[in-house]
Write a new protein. Structure first.
Lengths: 213, 213
DNA sequence: GTCTATACATCGATAGAC
DNA sequence: GTCTATCGATGTATAGAC
């Protein structure tokens, strides 16, 4: 009756290396859709077409599978940040590249990002045994480093490194938030570039010397 | 034995208009701390020093008390937005005032904002019967109106109304997020002003004609 | 309006066979 | 490694007295 009977002539279930992967995918899908606390282990295992003890074997608890999801997400995220931090060009080009990397990665992993977001801004009690601050810290550190380089090169305004860092991370955050919210319309890559242009060049009209003065 | 015995000579419990208010405060506190789904009705009523049927009398369910919290929050939020939208001055002054209003209101109601945030970005299934988009819609509409006025007056750059709107709401969002996150350090009013300065004036250094050219 | 007591479902996690 | 069967705790919500 179990799904694995089909491939086993003797009717036995050979160890399935796929079970862990299916459990992870199913957990992300259900955590994203219903929220971690509202998700029951029964839903996860049914969606993954395995039984309950299989989950408790591969991960030791319901929290264990959440931590595994966050760890994999953090790994990919840090790789993307490191790639972007090593880019070359002007500070503006490098910051745009960093934002593109982060935004692109988020768009390709919306369900995982939603789960991580819910945990990051979620309840202070019942938190998983996982350091959630890596995301924010690595990203802000990379942004600040590029900005400091740009200030040193005379490309960016001096004296506002901290405020500029916050402005750049604000752009990434607003694009991400709109992407993962079920209520908003996505900003898109063009929108990201447009908003970054605003932040780099400012909102105020330049009062060039003209005939109408 | 019940708390109300103290004020009732005959030992009876007079109808207590305070019960509803205590239930609301307690629910906000526990929803914020543990998350809506992970909160049990028992915890709320214990914290409010009432019994379970009292909650089901004043609100009809666990979801009912969440909706009541969100409705009260939306009411205060819309009042603050309307106040700021009616302000006078340059577009920059009015946008700064709007951001101050929103940020100030959030800072004074961090627990409620955290609950609303968790619901807004929370699971798509099991949503309360409440239109969460009012927050975003009213705020963005107010921002866009001020920006359009500023463009018409020649104060702001033409052609990027949408991107400028996103940039301003990004500043509000990043300040709010840092305020409600248990992991970040608050931006503060000075920080808000600094980031807004960056967005209005741009990050790029102005290359004024100088002796070193 | 507020209480005590409880119905009834579902939860996370495990025991023990294979 | 994966199964069936089940434990004990806890969940929301209500019935009925006062």
């Amino acid at each position: 009756m179990a799904w694995c009977d089909a491939g086993a002539p003797d009717g036995s279930c050979a160890p399935d290396p796929d079970v862990r992967e299916r459990l992870l995918r199913a957990a992300v899908e259900v955590f994203d859709r219903k929220g971690y606390a509202a998700t029951s282990v029964r839903e996860i295992v049914e969606h993954a077409r395995v039984t309950k003890p299989a989950l408790y074997y591969h991960f030791k608890s319901k929290e264990g599978i959440l931590v595994a999801i966050l760890e994999e997400g953090a790994r990919q995220f840090q790789e993307a940040i490191a790639r972007a931090a090593a880019s070359k060009g002007t500070a503006r080009q490098r910051l745009v590249a960093l934002c593109e990397q982060a935004y692109g990665l988020f768009r390709q992993n919306v369900p995982v990002v939603r789960v991580a977001h819910a945990v990051y801004y979620g309840p202070r009690e019942g938190l998983p045994a996982f350091d959630l601050t890596v995301f924010e810290r690595k990203l802000v550190a990379a942004i600040r480093q590029i900005i400091q380089d740009g200030v040193a090169a005379g490309e960016l305004q001096p004296g506002s490194v901290e405020h500029m860092s916050i402005a750049i991370s604000a752009v990434i955050a607003v694009c991400t938030d709109q992407e993962i919210s079920p209520h908003s319309t996505p900003v898109g890559l063009d929108g990201l570039h447009g908003v970054l242009d605003v932040v780099f060049e400012g909102m105020l009209a330049r009062h060039l010397p003209g005939p109408e003065s």
